[in-house]
Design a protein around this ligand. Structure first.
Ligand SMILES: O=C[C@H](O)COP(=O)(O)O
Length: 249
């Protein structure tokens, strides 16, 4: 049986003060949550600070991005081995904001995915279609292409121990959520794709939904058969909302 994972993506938000308050509220409230894996993905600069605040907490730490390189003359980059040194368990790769704003291609996403696997971090591979893609009826082929980029280069075994997050671009930060049925259809499609290569890995892999998930819609989304958790943006910045989503799971 797959465990549920609720991961907060703080994006470019926070300060020492606000993170101290948020993590304090989360670590207090998390005792009421059971049978759910919970993680927060901090901005790089606050990773060590967040690590110290999470000491002895069941909440795992994650990062939002990683360099495809292990070391060297890559100004401004942060390597997977560095994230590991500060207890990051998870790291996002291929978030739509990085694909769209920073021009990250599938090739770059795959290289980052590989860099994380080398260091034993859990990549959270983000995939999803734009509104235009959905209107053209090509949602599944867009998502399959993004997942296949990793399988073609790294092999299906690399998906084992990784997480996939389906995030329709049109639902991110817009308040517009995919309906549970729309999300389930894509999640089932992703699982069917994995199953073509390896049934066990398909059954084991956690597939998260992301895109305006909040306390009001979380239960219905998380009740769907192939939705194994959430990647939460805006609502992860408010402890009450994030904890309510964890409880809904
Ligand atoms: O990584 C999180 C997603 O981009 C969802 O963000 P959101 O919950 O603010 O829509």
């Amino acid at each position: 049986m797959r465990r549920t994972l609720i991961a907060g993506n703080w994006k470019l938000n926070g300060s020492k003060d606000s993170i101290t308050k948020l993590v304090s509220e989360l670590t207090t409230g998390i005792s009421a949550v059971s049978n759910v894996d919970v993680a927060v993905c901090s901005p790089y600069i606050y990773v060590p600070f967040t690590e110290s605040l999470l000491t002895d907490s069941p909440i795992s730490l994650g990062a939002q991005d990683v360099s495809m390189h292990a070391s060297g003359a890559y100004t401004g980059e942060v390597a997977a081995v560095m994230l590991k040194e500060f207890s990051c368990k998870y790291c996002l790769v291929g978030h739509s904001e990085r694909r769209a704003i920073h021009g990250e291609s599938d090739d770059i996403v795959v290289s980052k995915f590989k860099a994380l696997k080398v260091e034993g971090l859990v990549p959270v591979l983000c995939v999803g279609e734009s509104l235009e893609d959905r209107d053209q009826g090509i949602t599944m082929s867009v998502v399959e292409k993004q997942v296949m980029a990793v399988i073609n280069e790294c092999g299906i075994d690399a998906i084992d121990g990784s997480v996939i997050a389906y995030e329709p671009v049109w639902a991110i930060g817009t308040g517009r959520t995919a309906s549970p049925e729309q999300a389930q259809e894509v999640h089932a499609g992703i699982r069917a794709l994995l199953e073509r290569f390896n049934k066990d890995i398909a059954v084991k892999t956690q597939i998260l939904y992301g895109g305006s998930m909040n306390p009001a819609n979380a239960s219905a989304l998380l009740a769907m058969q192939d939705i194994d958790g959430g990647l939460i943006g805006g609502a992860s910045l408010k402890a009450d909302d994030f904890l309510a989503i964890c409880q809904a799971a």
